[in-house]
Design a protein around this ligand. Structure first.
Ligand code: ATP
Ligand code: ZN
Length: 225
């Protein structure tokens, strides 16, 4: 059970943002009793409940006001905002701070043997991606008539499988692309993890807790520089 008076924070349950988020919470003095199988963990020393979910769910939980704070990558946040805008849904939130983890870029990659001089070379192509809204926005900005083909997994094998001519995926080192015979040719979005807060009224005690935690976060990040 959760209590509405406790600060609700959403974090990725497992994956690339989990470790950075959990380490940061620990560093700012939030003690947690984690029970692996449960969605919710309670803090043992502060009025905080942690919701452990897929990162894809975090923007919506904050934008719908279901949780107070969320740790999320800007790529996922922007994609969800575009998706919600297309569906006529509002997507309000405040970015409290950028964080010092989760750095990556969303890039278009093509098979090694394909020539690429610029976005126009993608005209008429299917480009496989998990971020169709960000990719379509890029196509529109560039005036390229290409299709963003939504795949929720195995994006990097789509060209070899004959499903798409190119892909658009997150890259940090490029090793996965190389292993699949692909070359990064075009960055379309740069991303970092951010901490976001829901819009709307916040009980005084909860806001006071947030205001107490934010300088601690700044201090922890500064100490690492
Ligand atoms: P979930 O099961 O929670 O949906 P996922 O497979 O979507 O997990 P991860 O691969 O754990 O997600 O990535 C989560 C976020 O971490 C990305 O959206 C991005 O913001 C960030 N990230 C940082 N570096 C990378 C990278 N090299 N590849 C993918 N994501 C990265
Ligand atoms: Zn995800």
């Amino acid at each position: 059970m959760t209590d509405k008076n406790r600060l609700r924070i959403a974090v990725q349950k497992s994956g690339r943002l989990n470790e950075g988020s959990m380490k940061l919470l620990k560093a700012i003095g939030v003690k947690l009793s984690i029970r692996d199988r449960l969605l919710i963990a309670h803090s043992t020393n502060l009025p905080i409940d942690l919701l452990q979910v897929r990162d894809d769910d975090i923007p919506g939980l904050v934008m719908d006001g279901v949780v107070d704070l969320g740790f999320i990558g800007e790529n996922e946040l922007e994609e969800k905002a575009l998706e919600r805008a297309a569906a006529g849904k509002a997507s309000d939130y405040d970015v409290l701070t950028k964080l010092d983890f989760g750095d990556c870029r969303l890039s278009i990659a093509v098979p090694k043997e394909m020539s690429y001089a610029g976005p126009q070379d993608l005209a008429g192509c299917n480009v496989a991606t998990t971020y169709p809204y960000l990719l379509e926005r890029f196509f529109k900005q560039q005036g390229v008539n290409a299709t963003a083909l939504m795949l929720t997994g195995s994006v990097e094998v789509a060209p070899r499988a004959g499903l798409a001519e190119a892909i658009c995926d997150l890259v940090s080192t490029g090793a996965t692309l190389e292993a699949n015979g692909l070359v990064e040719v075009q960055e379309i979005f740069q991303s970092k993890a951010v901490l976001i807060q829901r819009k709307g009224d916040m009980p005084v005690a909860k806001q006071a807790l947030i205001d107490k935690l934010m300088p601690r976060i700044a201090g922890v990040m500064q100490a690492k520089e």
